[in-house]
Design a binder for this molecule. Structure first.
Ligand code: ATP
Ligand code: MG
Length: 389
């Protein structure tokens, strides 16, 4: 083993004795992401998780990329192993971090010693290697307070490791440590970002998508599955529950005033989502709504929509501007797919003058003649489940 990956944990460190549950979960998530990339050993010491390849054919580049998507990791770096002597550590720093050493203007060396039998103190080791590097690279001066580059040396039981500063990791909490929720995934920009934000806080997700064939095309459905697939490096495996929604929409169009249409549709989505949540062990519903973005996302509209379920409805984008959502969607890699021009089931039936200040009594009165339970049951029975990841 010549190289390995070091992962720094974030907030989990603050969890007291629960911390071990968080660490176990994170290691299990890591192991699952590495399964196809070779045989690795994953273990944690002092809030650092070590990912060690166990054979020559491990794909280290892909493993490092995969680790950038693991929630719970605040920083990550690749480290090179060498013999436990000061000379070997110096040689390894020169060969492994040569590029960075030639480019930087200021630097320092920081050493950690897990192996207490190592003959030098951490400070003496840092000083010796730092002094040598300072002599070798005329571009470098030592700055212990605010260096551009820090060369890290770690003397562990079986080897020493050399690495540069960690890159920022995905942050958040390991997926699966905050319960399970059902996320309403449309083909738009917002809902993939909302899903990502909940996964970041440690929520394991199931996805639900409402599909209005033939008003929306098979390509529109495929686009949503593609979006879910793009989320799996962050969320782990996903099940998308694809709900046939056409009959409900036709019933509403036939019998309800147009200005309430979106609201009524969203109430049906919520009821069906609640049904799926109960069947799949989800304890909350997630949407990509943002306050005031469209008529159905005013405070009153959200209240009317949320009134059909007792489950908490999480709207992680509620206080965000579109621009901020777009930036996040580019960062997580869903933007280009989200903007593909396929119709959504909501856009097909959008009223010209939607209600922005609906009253619950009015909405309930309009719904009264409908066979709500029958329509929800029919939709639930028609669900198709697609596994991704
Ligand atoms: P998005 O960009 O996520 O599509 P949007 O700004 O277009 O959101 P709406 O169409 O009003 O907003 O939808 C609000 C939220 O309702 C979405 O973010 C999503 O969570 C949910 N939603 C809307 N349409 C569907 C659908 N066809 N299937 C599943 N969920 C949906
Ligand atoms: Mg939409």
């Amino acid at each position: 083993m010549t190289e390995m990956i070091l992962l720094k944990q974030g907030e989990m460190v603050l969890k007291g004795t629960n911390r071990y549950t968080f660490e176990d979960k994170m290691r299990a998530n890591i192991a699952r992401r590495l399964k196809h990339l070779g045989k690795f050993k994953v273990y944690t010491r002092q809030s650092t998780t070590y990912v060690e390849p166990q054979s020559e054919d491990c794909d280290m580049d892909a493993a490092y990329e995969a680790m950038k998507h693991v929630f719970g990791v605040v920083g990550l770096s690749r480290a090179k192993a060498c013999e436990k002597t000061k000379e070997a550590m110096l040689e390894t720093a020169k060969s492994y971090l040569g590029d960075q050493l030639s480019r930087a203007k200021t630097f320092k060396v920081e050493s950690k010693r897990a192996d207490k039998t190592f003959p030098m103190t951490s400070i003496a080791l840092s000083q010796w290697v730092g002094g040598e590097l300072d002599d070798l690279y005329p571009n470098l001066t030592v700055d212990v307070h605010n260096p551009e580059l820090t060369v890290h040396l770690e003397v562990r039981d079986y080897a020493a490791f050399v690495h540069a500063d960690p890159e920022p990791g995905a942050g958040g909490l390991p997926v699966g440590t905050s319960g399970r929720a059902l996320s309403m995934l449309s083909g738009g920009i917002d809902s993939p970002v909302a899903s990502w934000m909940m996964a970041k806080r440690g929520v394991a997700l199931e996805m639900i998508h409402f599909y209005s064939y033939p008003y929306t095309s098979p390509e529109a459905k495929q686009k949503v599955l593609d979006l879910a697939q793009l989320l799996t490096p962050w969320t782990g495996r996903l099940t998308v529950h694809v709900v046939p929604f056409t009959h409900i929409q036709e019933e509403l169009r036939r019998s309800c005033p147009e200005d309430y249409f979106t609201l009524l549709m969203r109430r049906f989505m919520m009821r069906i989502a609640e049904g799926v949540a109960h069947r799949t062990g989800c304890h909350a519903i997630v949407t990509g709504e943002s306050l005031g973005q469209v008529a159905s996302q005013t405070m009153d509209a959200m209240a009317v929509t949320g009134a059909v379920t007792d489950l908490p409805v999480f709207r992680p984008l509620v206080g965000m501007d579109k621009e901020e959502v777009v930036r996040l969607s580019r960062k997580i890699g869903t933007f280009e797919t989200s903007i593909l021009p396929y119709e959504d089931c909501c856009t097909v039936f959008t009223p010209r003058h939607p209600r922005t200040r609906p009253r619950l009594e009015d909405v309930e009165a309009i719904e009264a003649p409908l066979d709500i339970d029958g329509l929800v049951k029919e939709a639930l029975e028609g669900i198709e489940r697609v596994q991704l990841g």
